[in-house]
Ligand binder design. Structure first.
Ligand code: NAD
Length: 403
């Protein structure tokens, strides 16, 4: 009996699990995750802003585990020893494998900027997203005592997809924050500080401008072309002049860090040759040196032959990678050739609040507004169906397409 170990129960890990469980025979699977639940990482901004409760974006891993084939171990992975074919866990256990799928996901990237870890809030998993929301609510409550306008200020650092979607959701909940603080909604100030001036470079400029204009029309304040140099307590320090290095400061009692992600720290700590926790894999998703090690999702980088750059890290791509890793292990087990990664995008859509969004479809066409928002929900429901099955789709799916 061959042993397949899947590390991580995110999009890629669970997709691989589902696929392998559907083709029983000759192997046992061990799935490891630090949590006993899977969460829709694409919805974390909604939990952080309070527009969705955390329960809506997660479901028990147990629901997708077939106990006849799979053992689920709730623990954190500490190290992968590719020579010994072993994985060490924080509970002292060591797992041996014949094949391993490393799907350990992402963490927040501070780029070594001083004060980020101490003075800003990450939004990388359910716990940190809940912490962001709790923090905002507590500032709003404080305002009633302090009347300090900084209690009403929220600064998002970085206007990538994550930052933009978070801004939309924060705006959506502006009235509820204002009610807690006992002020008019326009008194809640929402800022974003961003290093570059051309936002969302993977989208046509006209579409990125549309998203920004929409957010600005709702009162979000954009400080673009302003690289953040430090985060001091309740203060964002950003550069105003690249030549002189002059800086300015923005004070706020809520500072959220969304300037990008890197792959799990386990990748670096296990000696994989990776950049920012992402390892360049072969086109069949294998470690070039270890033919029984697959890396998928946010800790994996696979080349897009068209752009000659690695594919971005997205949930859709993670799902495709998870399935291919599973297929390739089955191929190895039966002595067949492994297949190469190919990807047809369904589209890339950024939501800005519950009823508005913008993005590009797989065929390159732009979508905006309600239609884009509905499409985004359909894309997310598809991924929920693929990992969680119909039970999770009916419990957690987004069917509010038109309001
Ligand atoms: P990102 O790297 O895409 O964006 C980070 C942003 O922060 C960039 O605009 C960057 O210029 C800015 N930044 C970096 N350092 C800065 C600094 N010192 N000061 C100010 N600004 C700074 O990261 P992300 O938004 O977290 O997205 C991560 C990945 O997840 C991407 O591949 C993205 O496409 C994907 N994603 C997709 C969706 C979607 O499809 N709807 C949603 C969220 C994330």
């Amino acid at each position: 009996m061959k042993e397949i170990v899947i590390l991580g129960g995110g999009y890629a890990g669970l997709r691989a699990l589902k696929f392998l469980q559907g083709s029983k025979g000759g192997f046992h699977i061990t799935l490891v995750d630090r949590n006993d639940y899977h969460y829709e990482a694409t919805d974390l901004h909604e939990v952080a802003a309070g527009t969705q409760p955390a329960e809506k974006i997660l479901y028990p891993i147990e629901d997708v585990v077939d106990p006849d084939v799979t053992t689920f171990v709730q623990a954190s992975v500490e190290k992968i020893d590719r020579d010994k074919q072993e994985v060490s866990l924080d509970n002292g256990e060591t797992l041996s494998y014949d094949y391993v799928i490393v799907a350990l996901g992402f963490r927040s990237e501070s780029f070594g900027i001083s004060g980020v870890d101490e003075n800003s809030l990450p939004m990388v998993d359910v716990k940190t997203a809940i912490a962001v929301h709790d923090h905002i609510v507590s500032q709003m409550e404080d305002y009633k005592e302090t009347h300090n306008p900084d209690d009403l200020k929220i600064v998002v650092c970085g206007a990538g997809f994550t930052g933009i979607e978070l801004l939309g959701a924060l705006n959506e909940n502006r009235a509820s924050f204002a009610e807690i603080a006992g002020v008019a909604p326009e008194r809640i100030e929402i800022y974003v500080v961003e290093a570059v001036t051309r936002l969302l470079p993977m989208m046509p400029e006209e579409l990125a401008d549309y998203g920004v204009a929409k957010l600005e029309s709702w009162g979000i304040k954009f400080l673009t072309g302003k690289p953040i140099k430090a985060i001091k307590p309740q203060t964002v320090v950003y550069q105003t002049n690249a030549e002189t290095g002059d800086t300015d400061e923005l004070t706020a009692n809520t500072i959220i860090w969304t300037t990008g992600v890197s792959g799990s720290k386990v990748i670096d700590e296990s000696g994989f040759s990776a950049r920012r926790g992402r390892m360049m894999v072969d086109s069949d998703l294998r470690d070039p040196e270890y033919r029984n090690v697959y890396l998928v999702g946010d800790c994996s980088a696979v080349m897009d032959p068209e752009s000659n750059r690695p594919y971005p890290t997205t949930a859709q791509i993670s799902l495709v990678m998870g399935e291919l890793a599973a297929k390739n292990i089955l191929a190895q087990l039966s002595g067949r050739e492994t297949g190469d990664f190919t990807y047809d995008s369904l589209g890339t859509v950024a939501s800005i609040g519950n009823t508005s969004a913008f993005g590009i479809l797989g065929n390159g066409k732009s979508v905006k507004g309600y239609l884009a928002s509905a499409l985004k929900k359909i894309i997310m429901d598809k991924s929920l169906m693929e990992t969680g099955g119909s039970k999770e789709l009916f419990a957690k799916g987004r069917f509010d397409l038109y309001h």
